[in-house]
Design a protein around this ligand. Structure first.
Ligand SMILES: CC(C)(COP(=O)(O)OP(=O)(O)OC[C@H]1O[C@@H](n2cnc3c(N)ncnc32)[C@H](O)[C@@H]1OP(=O)(O)O)[C@@H](O)C(=O)NCCC(=O)NCCS
Length: 263
């Protein structure tokens, strides 16, 4: 069967320590190349190349994910992330070997599962898109070298590009016991949004999870009581103490007028 059609690009370090992006069309045995000028600062990790996954990566990606994650993903999942343009699936390659990868998906907010429906303020939810990180991992020998940070930076640059301004939040689920990943995401300014009891089923056992979020492009969480209190307090302070009784009196008059209309 012919390999599914896919686009992938390779970012290579140029002579200035910056990167140029080579976009390659991968369709079965045919490979045609075209160049798109993109600069990516890779001063420290100069020997690491970034490129999108392609169908030929399937077995390598599968071996890595089986090592990193206690979850058995179906074969079709690997087929999809290595071939479908629906996913932002970026690999960090060193010496011809994949040493890290990130897989994310951009989708409308209304497609988000019900347990995560509260991540955006309701005034933003109709047209908004969200970025969901399905997978992020780095080969054990290469951890604490900034590889995951590099991959995440690329994703964040992608979702904050002007043409994706409707993406309002990037979020993910993580096992509550996965301390390294939690510390990593916290270091990258993700914030805990919710605790998901028994969210995962791992080898027949239920395990708790967390949802972590990072707001982008002006996205924000729904306002809680504390936010409203801060807002009202801020408004009162900005009025000045002598105008507060007048301000309250005016609101009471408005409320009374509205009530009399509705009688
Ligand atoms: C989580 C993971 C992706 C981090 O990858 P990495 O390439 O080592 O991360 P980075 O080098 O970019 O780390 C950046 C910062 O995150 C924090 N961090 C990352 N791993 C950490 C760990 N094991 N312990 C404490 N802090 C850690 C540190 O602050 C680190 O900065 P520092 O090295 O200067 O102290 C990696 O540990 C991994 O692949 N884990 C297995 C797969 C997994 O659990 N993925 C997440 C699923 S949601």
């Amino acid at each position: 069967m012919a390999a599914p059609f896919n686009w992938y690009s390779q970012q290579q370090v140029d002579g200035n320590g910056l990167c140029c992006e080579v976009t390659t069309e991968c369709n079965g045995n045919e490979n045609t190349s075209k160049h798109t000028a993109v600069t990516v600062p890779l001063c420290i990790l100069a020997d690491v190349q970034l490129r999108f996954l392609c169908p030929e990566d399937l077995e390598e990606v599968r071996t890595l994910c089986e090592d990193w994650f206690p979850i058995d993903y179906p074969y079709t999942w690997y087929e999809e992330i290595t071939s479908s343009s629906r996913f932002y699936a970026l690999a960090a390659v060193y010496g011809g070997v994949i040493i890290g990868l990130i897989v994310a998906e951009i989708k409308p907010y209304w497609k988000v599962n019900k347990e995560d429906r509260g991540i955006l303020c309701s005034s933003l939810d109709d047209e908004s898109l969200v970025g969901y990180i399905l997978s992020l991992g780095v080969r054990r020998a290469y951890r604490r070298n900034g590889i995951a940070s590099l991959l995440l930076e690329q994703l964040l640059a992608h979702v904050t590009a002007p043409e994706r301004s409707t993406v309002k939040v990037v979020f993910l689920h993580v096992l509550s016991s996965n301390a390294p990943a939690i510390l990593f995401y916290q270091r990258c300014h993700f914030r805990l949004h919710s605790f998901l009891p028994y969210y995962y089923s791992i080898h027949g056992k239920c395990k708790d999870g967390f949802t972590y979020v990072l707001y982008v492009n002006g996205g924000h969480a729904p306002w809680g009581l504390w936010d409203w209190m801060r807002h009202v307090a801020g408004a009162i302070v900005s009025l000045g103490p002598c105008r507060v009784p007048h301000w309250i009196w005016q609101r009471l008059l408005w409320a009374a007028t509205l009530l009399s209309y509705h009688r």
